[in-house]
Design a protein around this ligand. Structure first.
Ligand code: WQD
Length: 336
């Protein structure tokens, strides 16, 4: 199939592009390289450098999958229109969204709404959306399933929820087919070693731990060790980015084959504490991960783990690369 991946040079997007190409699909990447890395771009893909908020570019791109912006001569009938669109180009820092809601409104809400309208204008009906555990907010029960109430506690999670709700309306009113994929904590690097560009200025635990082990950062601050968990530090459900990529490809194939919408948690159902992550990184790297215990971070629930039983039932997917050892080993291949 002919596929557009917006944000295909980013951390998750680049892994999905490799998986799509491995599965024989024809992939075009749209990326503005604000955070994406050129070294992570799969050479098999067609690369269009630009911003999804540039509606002139977006319209021209969606009119024809073979047109690059400079090639305005191709006519629509020559073009092979996109079958599906993946969207990885949102802002994702929960804390930042609380300080700068305006940039999250523009980047995550307005840009995605315009994308959906443009897709429908060009009769492109399959949309795979990176949603998030952040739409759930504080857990009312664990493990979290897809029926869990969605009461986001940060603006980032709210933007993801608004898009999810818009997709339901567009499905009902305009026949858009969507896959909402709610990630828990994405981590790891391509087990085949094809993606090695490191995320710049990471805010998430795993890359920060790796930077400390590699001597790129002096120490890790552990945000609280007084939580009601087995060692007092927070528990999260870490999912390998290769597992995420597999789920995305299968979800797209499901939309096309079944012509039905999907809403899935992508998680393992297991959780690891912050200290367990630190100790595994020290074991794998053979290096100390210097850390200090500081106060809790606002908005951090003690534990977040989820079920993915629906993903197994509907697309035959379950996490296979997400054991902590595999997550850390695949990252140390890049940082070490
Ligand atoms: C994990 C644990 C921290 C950094 C976020 C987003 C969520 C999703 C995944 C996109 C927590 C602790 C972290 C540090 C620490 N993103 N920690 N010191 O907050 O679970 O989820 O990323 O969809 O929407 O909210 O991930 O990696 O920031 O934190 O102690 O320097 O590590 O307290 O318990 P989080 P995280």
């Amino acid at each position: 199939m002919n596929v557009l991946v917006i944000g295909g040079a980013g951390y998750i997007g680049s892994h999905v592009v490799y998986e799509l190409n491995d599965a024989g699909h024809d992939v075009t990447i749209l990326d503005n390289f604000s955070t994406g890395l050129r070294e992570n771009v799969d050479a098999r893909a067609t690369l269009v450098e630009g911003d999804m908020q540039d509606l002139t570019l977006l319209n021209r791109l969606l009119e024809s999958s073979k047109n690059k912006p400079s090639d305005a001569t191709s006519t629509a009938e020559e073009a092979d229109p996109f079958d599906s669109v993946f969207h990885f180009a949102a802002l994702k820092a929960a804390g930042e969204s609380m300080e700068h809601p305006d940039i999250y409104t523009r980047a995550n809400l307005v840009a995605t709404m315009e994308l959906l309208n443009t897709m429908l204008r060009h009769n492109i009906k399959n949309f795979i959306f990176s949603s998030s555990a952040a739409t759930y907010g504080n857990p009312q029960y664990l493990p979290i399933d897809e029926a869990h109430p969605q009461i986001p506690i940060n603006y980032y999670g709210f933007t993801k929820l608004v898009i999810e709700q818009t997709l339901k309306w567009y499905s009902q009113l305009k026949g858009l087919r969507f896959a909402v994929l709610r990630y828990f904590n994405a981590a790891g690097y391509d087990v085949k070693g094809r993606i090695t560009g490191k995320e710049q200025n990471p805010a998430n635990l795993l890359p920060i731990v790796m930077e400390v082990a590699a001597g790129m950062r002096e120490q890790l601050q552990v945000f609280g060790n007084d939580y009601p968990t087995r060692d007092g530090t927070c528990i999260r459900d870490y999912i390998h980015v290769n597992d995420l990529a597999t789920a995305h490809v299968r979800s797209m194939e499901y939309l096309v084959a079944e012509n039905r919408d999907l809403t899935l948690n992508l998680a393992t159902g297991e959780g690891y504490t912050v200290l367990e992550v630190i100790h595994e990184a020290e074991r794998v790297s053979g290096r100390p991960v210097t850390h200090s215990i500081v106060g809790r971070r606002a908005g951090d629930p003690a534990e977040l783990v989820a079920t993915s039983g629906r993903a197994f039932d509907q697309i035959g997917w379950k996490a296979e690369q997400s054991e902590l050892s595999k997550l850390v080993e695949s990252m140390w291949q890049v940082y070490g």
